[in-house]
Design a protein around this ligand. Structure first.
Ligand SMILES: Nc1ncnc2c1ncn2[C@@H]1O[C@H](COP(=O)(O)OP(=O)(O)OP(=O)(O)O)[C@@H](O)[C@H]1O
Length: 525
């Protein structure tokens, strides 16, 4: 602090810092604030349970001594004026006088109306708080380094701080100093001093590890990760709360709710050891899985097949998806088959009846081609609000009610939300974002996605005009490649022989390439 701003002598104290109860008649507001916020106690014999009491004595040394003038003691601590003027306040039935006033500043107290202890602090020895050393720690090779924006990279790499940190230097010190090893990292600064220039710890004058491997070793066992070592040391929560939470939720929640809960905990990285939580709760989480499997497998069909019969032999019985057993490990297929058939049927009946003549014609054209399963490409164009999305929903319900797969995609995330089970075309078919005329989708012939596409009866792509033609070409090329495997002629049929319906409205599409002329835009379509 600049000397002009220092208050070097005790004469400066009295106008600024007060440690007396003000006269209630002269300044009633201040009197009431001091009474409310700045009186210590009662403590001592009158209140042995006061938080300040340590070994039956007030740790803050209240009540202080009366004194007529402010002064500074031999240790540099100020002694504020506390006259024996007969003023007192009453707290919990105990009379407290100037000896129990916490030093305050009139202006600050009135301004902020809260407990603000003001002290005259004119020399280092007056500061009562110990110094604090910040101890960094980090993973191997991940110590923090500080450098300026314009620093030369070679100069930065030459810095001492790149090669060593307080943490690595602590281990190096442990390696050579038996006394150092007696101290934990937190205790280290009590006996050793960090020398910033040399970047070493010198004895202030202790137990610790000599390497990262040793940190990972607990009770003689070296753990493969620091996290496992922390868990063995009991530093991490043991996940009991999550196990209890899942067990408790099982009283009111279904198996699928618990699975959702477990997945959420996994996604939030909340559990220290998910596998331990799983081991303790899998029976609750598995509740209902068997039921769904049975539903899915249509076990009656299994029994009938074993007896040379099938549900087909029984009129009006729903026919199970015979490929399900082989595809049940394919999450993508399972997801697309996970529709309630009865709901779908009701939905379809309702929507089909509501179709307009125009919608019905399109519906029938599409469904005829889907049933032929020989491929086909449609483009349904209509003004906004003419019922395209309604049509997609009806077609989807018609296919899903029979246990078949329809993939609903849209060019934009928002449009995909309107479709039942909708996704963006880019995410569904892994279409590259940087498109060229040679782009292909990243679909491996033996991947789950390729299996899903093989089982798919229809693809609906809404708001198709919103994307560049290269996206359709990439999908066309990729589907031809995937289905070439089944039939070589598929490579000659658009989209490898899949039925695909594009929908949209060119009138709703804005120019997307700023400054391009109409001719260029037409090339994109
Ligand atoms: N045949 C129908 N019977 C009853 N309601 C219908 C029918 N066709 C469409 N609708 C309703 O009309 C509204 C607009 O239809 P929809 O959203 O399908 O139009 P859209 O062509 O997809 O519009 P946009 O191009 O703006 O996305 C919706 O509320 C929809 O439910």
């Amino acid at each position: 602090m600049h000397s002009d701003y220092k208050l070097p002598t005790v004469e400066f104290i009295d106008p600024i810092i007060y440690a007396e109860i003000p006269n209630i008649h002269e300044d009633p507001e201040l009197y009431s604030l001091v009474n409310e916020f700045m009186i210590h106690g009662p403590c001592g014999a009158e209140n042995i349970n006061c938080p300040c009491m340590v070994d039956k004595k007030c740790s803050k040394n209240f009540p202080k001594q009366f004194c007529n003038h402010s002064s500074v003691d031999q240790n540099g601590f100020p002694l504020y004026r506390r006259r024996n003027d007969g003023h007192f306040v009453e707290k919990s039935g105990v009379k407290l006088d100037n000896r129990n006033v916490v030093p305050y500043n009139k202006y600050l107290l009135k301004r902020y109306q809260s407990h603000i202890n003001v002290e005259w602090c004119n020399q280092g020895s007056s500061i009562k708080y110990p110094s604090v050393v910040r101890l960094p720690f980090h993973l191997p090779g991940q110590q923090q380094i500080i450098y300026g924006e314009d620093d030369d990279i070679d100069d930065v790499l030459d810095k001492h701080s790149v090669a060593s940190s307080m943490f690595t230097a602590w281990m190096e010190c442990n390696a050579v100093n038996a006394d150092a090893r007696k101290l934990t990292y937190v205790e280290f600064p009590t006996k050793f001093v960090w020398h910033r220039g040399d970047r070493i710890w010198k004895p202030r004058k202790v137990k610790g590890p000599k390497s990262f491997e040793e940190i990972r070793t607990v009770n003689g066992e070296e753990y493969s990760s620091f996290r496992d070592a922390c868990y063995a040391l009991g530093l991490l929560d043991d996940d009991k709360e999550y196990i209890d939470a899942i067990k408790e939720a099982s009283h009111s929640g279904s198996g699928s709710y618990l699975q959702f809960l477990f997945a959420t905990l996994l996604m939030c990285n909340s559990m220290s050891k998910p596998e331990v939580v799983w081991k303790n709760t899998w029976e609750y989480l598995a509740d209902g899985i068997l039921y769904h499997q049975r539903q899915r497998f249509k076990s009656p069909e299994q029994v009938l097949l074993r007896n040379n019969l099938s549900l087909k032999n029984f009129k009006n019985m729903p026919i199970p998806d015979v490929d399900y057993v082989s595809s049940s490990n394919n999450r993508l297929i399972t997801e697309e088959l996970n529709y309630d058939i009865t709901n779908m049927k009701n939905k379809f009946d309702r929507m089909f009846l509501a179709l307009t003549n125009e919608q019905r014609h399109i519906f029938e054209d599409i469904m005829t081609v889907v049933k032929q399963n020989k491929g086909g490409v449609f483009f349904v164009c209509g003004y906004g609000g003419t019922g395209k999305t309604f049509l997609w929903k009806t077609v989807s319900a018609a296919i899903r009610k029979d246990g078949h797969i329809v993939l609903n995609v849209a060019s934009s995330e928002i449009a995909s939300l309107l479709l039942p089970g909708g996704r963006t075309a880019h995410s569904r078919f892994i279409i590259p974002f940087e498109l060229t005329e040679d782009s292909i989708c990243k679909i491996n012939r033996s991947s789950d996605l390729a299996s899903l596409l093989r089982k798919t009866s229809l693809i609906i792509w809404d708001e198709a005009p919103m994307v560049h033609k290269h996206a359709f070409e990439a999908l066309d090329r990729s589907l031809k490649d995937v289905f070439l495997f089944e039939n070589s002629t598929n490579s000659d049929i658009p989209f490898g022989g899949k039925v695909i319906v594009f929908g949209g409205d060119f009138r709703q599409i804005l120019l997307v390439i700023p400054g391009e002329v109409d001719k260029t835009l037409l090339m994109l379509l």
